[in-house]
Write a protein that binds this ligand. Structure first.
Ligand SMILES: [Zn+2]
Length: 342
């Protein structure tokens, strides 16, 4: 029988509290104003202070949670550096504030830095006609306008970044306190997402690449409409399976820390195989737009925030299937892109 996951810390820390999940490894939780209502933040003993993994989203609830943590369990402690795993607002949103408020240096991948500057902080990046036309082309009709107004709002929940950062790349080794962490990066959920692996102590900070009960969102962006983030994601899962042993404690960006990495990697790959089958079945009946595929993949109705994720997630599967040759795009002459089995 396949090995299932185990959860050595089944109760998450209360707001403002911490749990020590390994010697010198602290786990805290911060609120998010979404259906996924929290993010995990880890703190790693780092000489005379603590290195922080991820910052939380830029809103008052998260700022208050940081103040409570630093006035409570971390009173008198120093934050040495903030290592941000990827460019999504729930992870990088408070980076600028946290670094300025507590004197920590920002460490992240170059792509996370640049993507945040572009997607979240560039005034025009999300309002352009590119996105609107893309929604229309894929069958969203009247919904396109709503998605433009509400679907991207969370991307703005980001404070300006510090003026400088320290770039890290795959293969780097970070000396954090007594431990060495090797940097891995993976694409698909976010470009060049950073993960940290301490093989000697069996610790794997997986960011959002591997979560215990959620399939990480994999999105195609209107700015790279033929991109293959799902292909990159599946490649990254295979890389993690080769590079990281099964016995690590996985410390993910959301939900509970767990053991059973390799069975989770296989389950994630199987989930996407299942989606491929459902898409193939749905468009075998008739050519479908990406919008028309959503009922085959998601439980409806979805709000604008969920719809924009669902759309780009469905699109990621379609693009992968087109690239591998299972599907092809067809034009029935009404300006809507539809897919059909090859
Ligand atoms: Zn996240």
């Amino acid at each position: 029988m396949a090995k299932t996951l185990s959860f050595p810390y089944p109760e998450p820390p209360d707001p403002g509290a911490i749990i020590e999940v390994a010697p010198g490894v602290l786990w805290a939780r911060f609120p998010l104003p979404f259906r996924l209502n929290h993010i995990n933040v880890f703190l790693l003993a780092d000489g005379d202070g603590w290195a922080v993994i991820d910052a939380g989203i830029a809103d008052d609830a998260s700022r208050d949670a940081w103040q409570a943590l630093m006035a409570g369990p971390l009173r008198g402690e120093r934050l040495t550096r903030l290592i941000v795993t990827h460019s999504h607002p729930d992870h990088i949103g408070l980076a600028g504030w946290l670094c300025a408020r507590f004197g920590a240096a920002l460490v992240t991948s170059q792509t996370a830095w640049l993507t945040c500057l572009y997607e979240s902080l560039a005034p025009d990046a999300l309002d352009r006609a590119t996105y609107h036309l893309d929604y229309l082309r894929h069958g969203f009709g009247d919904h396109a306008e709503t998605l433009m107004q509400f679907g991207h709002r969370y991307l703005r929940m980001v404070e300006p970044l510090p003026d400088t950062f320290r770039r890290i790349v795959a293969g780097d080794v970070l000396h954090i306190g007594e431990r060495d962490f090797r940097v891995l990066t993976g694409d698909g959920h976010a470009p060049e997402q950073v993960m940290l692996h301490c093989a000697s102590d069996g610790l794997f900070l997986a960011a959002d690449q591997v979560l215990a009960n959620i399939t990480p969102n994999v999105s195609v962006w209107a700015t790279d409409p033929d991109g293959d983030p799902l292909g990159l994601y599946l490649r990254s899962l295979a890389m993690i399976g080769r590079e990281v042993s099964d016995d690590v404690l996985v410390l993910p960006g959301h939900q509970l820390p767990f053991r059973g990495l390799h069975s989770r990697l296989k389950a994630l790959a199987r989930h996407h195989e299942d989606r491929f089958s459902r898409i193939l079945a749905a468009c075998s009946e008739a050519p479908r737009s990406v919008f028309e595929l959503l009922p085959a993949l998601f439980r409806l109705p979805l709000g604008p925030h969920e719809t924009s994720f669902a759309f780009s997630e469905a699109r990621a599967h379609v693009n992968r299937m087109v690239i591998e040759g299972t599907l092809r795009w067809v034009d029935l002459g009404d300006g809507t892109a539809r897919i059909s089995p090859n």
